[in-house]
Design a protein. Structure first.
Length: 117
């Protein structure tokens, strides 16, 4: 059973920084593509960043230069370092694991990030 547990969300001032973590279990983490998505109130869920098993990364234009995704395969954990936060970054952030063998997506429960102005 695949489980993704996110942590690190919270309230931060505009311009501040925050680091999200997502710990995976029940799967061979090193093979999976990991990602972060977010959903703001009244909006669709959108891609924030992804990182492949070979650590190739991809970012939404809105976060390029401010967010960094990384992974630690020894800890089965993916991180999202967020800096220069803006009010429009306020959303629930979801961890995603894409398992290429079965082409399945798994999701965490989400963690709230609120940027105050």
């Amino acid at each position: 059973q695949v489980q993704l547990v996110e942590s690190g969300g919270g309230l931060v001032q505009r311009g501040g920084s925050l680091r999200l973590s997502c710990a995976a279990s029940g799967i061979i983490f090193g093979v999976a593509r990991m990602g972060w998505y977010r959903q703001a109130p009244g909006k669709q869920r959108e891609l924030v960043a992804t990182i492949t098993s070979s650590t190739s990364t991809n970012y939404a234009d809105s976060v390029k230069g401010r967010f960094t995704i990384s992974r630690d395969n020894a800890k089965n954990t993916v991180y999202l370092h967020m800096s220069s936060l803006k009010s429009e970054d306020t959303a629930v952030y979801y961890c995603n694991l894409y398992w290429p063998i079965t082409r399945q997506d798994y999701w965490g429960q989400g963690t709230q990030v609120t940027v105050s102005s």
